[in-house]
Design a protein around this ligand. Structure first.
Ligand code: NA7
Length: 570
């Protein structure tokens, strides 16, 4: 590990071998390579640089922001409230930044990220438009060799003691292989890669495939703009009114007067969001009392709906009561009973990520909106002129794919990562991801994942979970330096036990009953494994406990012992 220095740029020793064949020597030697410049990668850079490590962040996009850089579709906004979906590592930042709405829009979140990058002078260590192609662990040196490619530039090779994957849970787009997709002659967009210049649908016939969160947010806006909108729905989704609006100055003042109290409350509740959860099961209430409770939460809007009962995702009675309540609401809003029925989900509520909307169901009362059910009869073909279902061609000028992501593992496996013995992460995870705490995978020393599979990640407010992982990883890397440890690696047995525990917890819920992206079931051929860990907040205690017990479940190896160290893989 390089000596601590005041500036990471200074410490990025450009190797004397730079300019030679990239196969012979790395052009840059770093303490840490961070992959991805979203919320996770940027804070990781800030922490490690503050500790004196040489760090460089490699980012594929032409700008920073990760998820919030790519997802610019109409209506894109966060489903966690702004006052909570923000960093807490800097009290000054927390006090200074002014959110304008209850749920921040994508442009506002990106402005916030840009502000953070400038405020903490992060950009000088972020290299944009760079893809991390491969990462190969050298067992003799205990370092990673990382190959990079740049659009229009020559490949680059860097060496680092540690690699941190901050690649995001929803980064790799899922584009189903619809027959004829390339034949479409109109404009074609994916919500996860929206043009930066925006899209004007005025006077256009638009089709949208999908009814997940991205579609639920964009459909009301596209419907207003376009001459006609055709929605192709395979599975209806539960959605709760967001009740978005401007943040009241008084409310902001109240939160800022004691921000710590809000953060503290959120850190003690399931999902890490202050949902005003009740410690009460649905069976303790009569059907009328349940309805009243749901009604109150429906009026408030947001994910707080799920806080009505402690057993909503574990007990059928509780869940069915919530389902029924939402279905009734849909029938009250949507005038055509047949359309209302098609829009009414029959699955477990919360099984797929709950959507929050502004006027979603109301949109189906518009004359210029058509709902096409493709559940029984899948999309046959995309033709030059539109979308063919059940022998009928729906003519379109624009086609929007709101078909989601290869979630949680897609961006990790996009990199050709080779660990001990040349074994790749793709080979190891062929039957589904395996990690210890979602932070490391046995056989891949010094490779860290921020909010990886088998950590609470997407089942929590991502920002605090990102900060918790970044802090854990930064402290760990600092510990290794202070104790002259060359590598840290998850122990295979600890990993197996952790994976079994994650699966056991998920097995005790109703969340395995639908084809969600939590299970990888939205991507054909992907192993069906429940990926996030349903264990926040105890998870944080577990991570702290592991450290208190001297990195229990990890194998730490000194430089002098590297060659002779037995592999924790056995
Ligand atoms: P989601 O939630 O994965 O939604 C994708 C949608 O696309 C969903 O309705 C899918 O139907 C539909 N889809 C996917 N493939 C097909 C095919 N082949 N035919 C028809 N319809 C299809 O992605 P989002 O981008 O909306 O949201 C992702 C997350 O971002 C969200 O959960 C929030 O956390 C933010 P399906 O349900 O699979 O039948």
């Amino acid at each position: 590990m390089a000596e601590p220095v005041s500036s990471s740029m200074e410490s990025q020793k450009l190797s004397s071998a730079a300019g030679k064949s990239p196969r012979t020597a790395p052009q840059r030697e770093l303490d840490v390579v961070v992959v991805g410049a979203g919320f996770a990668g940027l804070y990781m850079l800030h922490r490690l640089r503050g500790m004196g490590f040489s760090v460089r962040v490699y980012e594929l996009g032409t700008g920073i922001g990760g998820t919030w850089f790519w997802n610019r579709y109409p209506g894109a906004r966060c489903d966690v409230e702004s006052m909570e979906y923000s960093y807490q590592f800097s009290k000054e930042l927390q006090q200074d930044w002014e959110w304008s709405e209850r749920y921040a829009t994508q442009p506002e979140i990106l402005r916030y990220i840009d502000h953070v990058a400038d405020r903490f002078d992060l950009r000088r260590d972020v290299q944009l438009e760079t893809r991390v192609e491969t990462a190969t662990f050298d067992e003799a040196t205990g370092r990673w060799e990382v190959e990079l490619s740049r659009a229009g530039g020559s490949p680059e090779r860097v060496s680092a003691q540690h690699v941190v994957l901050a690649t995001g849970c929803l980064s790799v787009r899922n584009t189903p292989k619809f027959p004829g997709l390339d034949n479409f002659q109109g404009e074609k967009y994916h919500t996860g890669n929206w043009p930066h210049s925006g899209v004007d649908f005025t006077g256009k016939r638009v089709g949208i495939i999908g009814t997940g969160s991205s579609a639920v947010q964009s459909i009301p806006i596209i419907a207003e703009q376009s001459s006609h909108l055709t929605v192709f729905q395979r599975t209806p989704n539960y959605s709760i009114p967001a009740r978005n609006g401007q943040l009241e100055a008084e409310e902001v003042k109240r939160v800022k007067a004691d921000y710590d109290a809000l953060r503290q409350r959120a850190s003690q509740v399931g999902f890490g969001i202050d949902l005003a959860p009740r410690d009460r099961t649905a069976k303790e209430d009569t059907p009328e009392e349940r309805k009243r409770e749901f009604e109150e939460r429906w009026k408030k809007g947001g994910f707080g709906f799920l806080g009505a009962y402690s057993d909503i995702v574990t007990d059928t009675v509780a869940n069915e009561a919530a389902q029924e309540f939402v279905r009734e609401k849909i029938h009250q809003v949507v005038k055509d009973p047949k359309i209302a029925e098609l829009l009414s989900p029959k699955t477990v509520i919360g099984c797929k990520r709950l959507c929050l909307d502004t006027g979603y169901f109301e949109t189906f009362n518009r004359d210029n909106v058509t709902l096409i059910d493709v559940s029984g009869s899948p999309i046959e073909e995309i033709t030059a002129k539109g979308v063919k279902v059940d022998g009928r061609e729906h003519e379109l000028d624009c086609l929007v794919l709101a078909t989601g992501f290869d979630a949680m593992t897609g961006s990790l496996l996009a990199i050709d990562t080779k660990g001990r013995g040349g074994r790749t992460l793709r080979q190891k995870w062929a039957e589904g991801p395996r990690s210890y705490l979602g932070i490391q995978s046995a056989g891949f020393p010094n490779l860290f994942i921020i909010t990886g599979p088998q950590s609470p990640s997407v089942l929590t407010n991502m920002l605090p979970s990102i900060e918790q992982h970044v802090n854990w990883i930064a402290d760990c890397i600092g510990h290794l330096r202070d104790h002259e440890v060359a590598t840290i690696e998850a122990d295979l047995e600890a990993e197996d036990q952790w994976v079994a525990h994650v699966n056991e917890v998920a097995g005790g819920t109703l969340l395995l009953t639908c084809n969600s992206w939590y299970l990888g079931a939205n991507v054909p051929g992907k192993p069906r494994v429940f990926m996030p860990y349903l264990g926040f907040p105890p998870y944080v205690e577990k991570c702290n406990d592991v450290v208190a017990k001297g990195y229990e479940g990890f194998v730490l190896t000194k430089q002098s012992d590297l060659a002779s160290a037995p592999s924790p893989q056995g």
